[in-house]
Design a protein around this ligand. Sequence first.
Ligand code: TUI
Length: 308
Amino acid sequence: METRITKLLGIEYPIFQGGMAWIAESTLAAAVSNAGGVGIIAGGSAPIDYLREQIRRAKSLTDKPFGVNIMLMSPNADDLAQLVIDENVPMITTGAGNPGKYMEAWNNAGIKVIPVVPSVALAKRMERSGASAVIAEGTESGGHIGENTTMCLVPQVVDAVSIPVIAAGGIADGRGIAASFMLGAEGVQVGTRFLAAEECQIHPTYKQLVVDAKDTDSIVTGRYTGHPCRNVKTKFSKKLASGEANGTITPDEFEQITLGSLRKAVQDGNLDEGSFLCGAIAGMVKKVQPAKEIVEEMFAEAEKLLNR
Ligand code: TUI
């Protein structure tokens, strides 16, 4: 499974763990890196001191490469952009925006920058700004999403840029990896399946919701706020969706109601007020298992398929 991504980062398997806000911390990231992939610590909108500690903790748990995700809508994105330079983080991913204004400083610091892109246009801009690769993320993903699907977006991005492309959105087994490679990707990013990793520190209620989810159990809310978000269908997310559809919740009220809802899901397992973000592939995640087993199982299956 050698690709330009494994060579670029010095890793065994071309798999990134998604930089899931509030979820992806040092324990999970180190487990994925130790398994031969790339673990990612989520910057989200966490305080800088907490993130510094998480980066240092990951360094103590693994000597393999790991990265940090910078969520560009975060109010402290500027501070986090500097923190990754100060802490000598070798690679970063970005999401929820255009990281253009930071690219020069990161490139000068020798950081490998791999932005999430929801479109061909942004992929081309990122290549011109010096990105090492891009993650083409389809609307099947969990959390904040773009409009295009993985199947449509990945090959178009592959055709448009010369840097390696990582596919994301709807990938949870070896078939997803093999399909991504057929579309021209040289790596995958996986979020939802790692929610069910033993090392993932989310509330047990959250994990169980993912394991129990069936194919129709994800729902997109908040399109009218400009920040569409894919979640597990719960009473809370269904109430938001119907308020959005019938006009009984205004976009401003929606933002108020969902403020802090991710923390309520991740830390408290609060089914009444929490947003349990997950991808559309949650229905395929059937059990909790160690991150290493997830990575090895996925690549054993992919290699078998690709060798056929
Ligand atoms: O970022 C994600 N997923 C996320 S972030 C998140 S936390 C959050 N909190 C409050 C509001 C919104 C999010 C939960 N899930 N995935 C990567 C991603 N990036 N998806 C879509 C994009 C994206 C969208 C627009 C990337 C670039 C972009 O550029 C627009 C531009 O300015 O050109």
